[in-house]
Design a protein around this ligand. Structure first.
Ligand code: NAP
Ligand code: ZN
Ligand code: ZN
Length: 347
């Protein structure tokens, strides 16, 4: 077994605390990764605090993982010792159903998507994520990071990156399209970078006056401060697609009115409470309210390669384990530009 140390949540209301545990001995298809960096995703907080009602403790969060391969099983083909490797939100799936075969392992038809943490594998063992110094994973779910990218700033691509890249691709963000991004946090700032890189006209919506100038630098053609009266009138009926990246409950009705006929607002944000959609807001204009979860393994590699080619990484603030609870509080307040990354050396 692989002795591992990290930080875990032991209950919904207690802070993260040091925790020792074990990962399985690497099998013939497995790689052992010595984790160097792990991003802090708002989903870590939702789950550790049981805001989604699915918490399993002890929980070692973290699904934006980058590290060095330190051991490979006898049948591993893609990786060798010393390679930089990455893991996102899932570590396995059934690999046989229609969704898995279509490269959409996150939507496994048999509900066997195995999440990187806060899940149980087939043997009943809890999975443990990136807030720890090792992880063991089948190479089929391990990604490669382009060599030109800074490994720490690339870590958030493994969740915030793919979660925004995938729906923007699915709904056709590109030249001639007008795209809205709601919320400038970890996901939102990646959505903005991707939409801009895809050549779409991109409008950022934010509640934070202190992010307006940043949003322009990150690629927004226009920034709408939603605290200002009448903010929702100017663009009515003009958007081809809106991606909602907000972590907290908020009213989506005004955003539905910004869409063109037959267009979609997709939420990737997953607040604690249900989203309310008035039937009129979708009926008038035959509009759609949709959702999307991360992206498949093949598309995650495609996204990483796209980032390598276009030099896209996350804007990060490095942090350490002694400050991890403070970092979480700052994420909740929207006080991070734009993703915290834990340095595993500080463990
Ligand atoms: P984050 O960094 O905390 O960003 C959330 C942003 O939402 C904030 O920066 C803020 O942007 C805005 N916001 C916060 N409170 C708000 C409120 N009360 N009203 C309006 N806007 C508010 O979070 P994240 O890591 O990007 O994650 C965002 C959400 O996506 C979370 O719910 C997370 O669980 C979810 N998620 C989903 C998937 C998936 O596969 N679907 C994957 C990863 C994460 P402004 O300051 O610009 O207003
Ligand atoms: Zn995440
Ligand atoms: Zn499957």
């Amino acid at each position: 077994m692989i002795a591992t140390k990290g930080y875990a949540a032991n209950a919904a209301t207690t802070p993260l605390a040091p925790f020792s545990y074990e990962h399985r001995e690497p099998g013939e298809n497995d790689v052992l990764i010595d984790i160097q960096f792990c991003g802090i995703c708002h989903s870590d907080i939702h789950q550790a605090r049981n805001e989604w009602g699915n918490a399993l403790y002890p929980m070692v969060p973290g699904h934006e993982i980058v590290g060095t391969v330190s051991r490979v099983g006898s049948k591993v083909k893609k990786f060798k010792v010393g390679d930089l490797a990455a893991i996102g939100c899932m570590v396995d799936s059934c690999r046989e159903c229609a969704s898995c075969k279509a490269g959409e392992e996150q939507y496994c038809d048999r509900a066997e998507t195995l999440w990187t943490y806060n899940a149980r594998d087939k043997k009943g063992n809890l999975t443990f994520g990136g807030y720890g110094n090792h992880i063991v994973c089948d190479e089929a779910f391990v990604l490669s990071i382009p060599k030109n990218l800074d490994p720490a700033a690339a870590a958030p691509l493994l969740c915030a990156g793919i979660t925004t890249y995938s729906p923007l691709k699915h709904w056709g963000a590109g030249p001639g399209k007008k795209i809205g991004v709601v919320g400038l946090g970890g996901l939102g700032h990646m959505a903005l970078k991707f939409s801009h890189a895809f050549g779409a006209q991109t409008v950022q919506f934010t509640t934070s006056a202190n992010k307006v100038e940043d949003a322009k630098k990150l690629g927004a053609d226009e920034v709408i401060l939603t605290k200002e009266a009448g903010w929702h009138t100017k663009h009515a009926g003009t958007f081809d697609f809106i991606l909602d990246c907000v972590s907290a409950p908020h009213d989506i009705t005004p955003y539905m009115a910004l869409l063109k006929r037959d267009s979609t607002l997709c939420t990737v944000g997953i607040p604690e409470t249900p989203v309310q959609v008035h039937a009129f807001s979708v009926a008038i204009g035959r509009k759609s309210f949709a959702g999307s979860a991360i992206g498949g393994i093949e598309q995650t590699q495609e996204m990483l390669d796209f980032c390598g080619k276009h030099n896209i990484v996350s804007d990060i603030e490095m942090t350490s384990f002694d400050k991890v609870n403070e970092a979480w509080e700052r994420v909740i307040k929207g006080d991070v530009k734009y993703r915290f990354v834990l340095d595993l050396k500080t463990l």
